[in-house]
Write a protein that binds this ligand. Structure first.
Ligand code: ATP
Length: 244
């Protein structure tokens, strides 16, 4: 890990009309890190990812990405900067093949990418996700939940992320499949050096793959530390690991 900062969020606040969903959230992510953002339903995790990727405008605070202030920038512009958001519930194209879903992942950068580069990327993605290679001609919607999640992540990888935002990749998956998907996130970092901000309700499983984590509660960061520190923290254990 180089220690080079990819993202710094400072005092970020976001409201939905009268409802303040995020309150002075600050966090940082270094190059090559997997950082977990943990918290209960409705804590503000998705809101934070949406604000980072330009889908929501903050009312206050700053988002610095690769040294540039991107606060309030259009989502389209942010994608072009290789800050890639893989949203909750997969949202793959169910009537397109696996391969076409992957090509679409490279869509925003296709003007800059040569065909050869895209083919090379597909090859690398298939090395990491062999199941997608086996099923490349299958329609996305006919794959299992875990495979669709892998496809959603792989499509994000096709956009050459300098920072990949993953919103609950294990949502709705059986525990063993969820573990496989999270292990793939780790493989992705280990093989491609991808920097990841990972949202999870699945606290134990995500801290096993993450380097560090932040705990968010009612729109505020209430705790942060290394994965080991958080796993051993009595309050985290009490609040989130009770049923682990
Ligand atoms: P989940 O795990 O359920 O996705 P979360 O931690 O991602 O939860 P958010 O979806 O960010 O939480 O929601 C944070 C708060 O903002 C919640 O109180 C939620 O009800 C509220 N909220 C989210 N989206 C909207 C919206 N479009 N309009 C109004 N309030 C919203």
């Amino acid at each position: 890990m180089s220690g080079e900062q990819v993202m710094q969020v400072a005092n970020l606040s976001v409201s939905y009309g009268p409802i303040q969903a995020l309150r002075n959230v600050s966090l940082s992510i270094n190059k090559g890190e997997i950082v977990a953002l943990l918290g209960a339903n409705g804590a503000g995790k998705t809101t934070l990812l949406k604000a980072i990727s330009g889908l929501l405008k903050p009312t206050n605070g700053e988002i610095i990405y690769k040294g540039e202030n991107i606060t309030g920038m259009e989502a389209e512009k942010i994608v072009e900067k290789h800050l890639i958001h893989v949203p909750e519930h997969r949202q793959i194209f169910s009537t397109l093949t696996v391969l076409d879903n992957l090509y679409l992942g490279a869509y925003h950068h296709r003007k800059k990418s040569k065909k050869k580069d895209i083919e090379e990327k597909i090859k690398r993605v298939f090395e990491l996700f062999p199941i997608l290679k086996e099923r490349k001609d299958q329609l996305g919607g006919t794959m299992s939940g875990g495979q669709q999640q892998m496809l959603a992540i792989a499509r994000g990888v096709m956009a050459d992320p300098d920072l990949l935002l993953l919103d609950e990749p294990s949502l709705g998956l059986a525990p063993l499949i969820a573990r496989d998907v999270l292990e793939l996130v780790r493989d992705l970092r280990n093989k491609f050096g991808t920097t990841v901000l990972l949202i999870e309700q699945n606290v134990v499983a995500s801290l096993k793959v993450a380097d560090r984590g932040y705990v968010i509660s009612h729109g505020e960061i209430v705790k942060s530390g290394s994965s080991q520190e958080l796993l051993n923290d009595p309050e985290v254990k009490e609040a989130y690991l009770g049923h682990a």
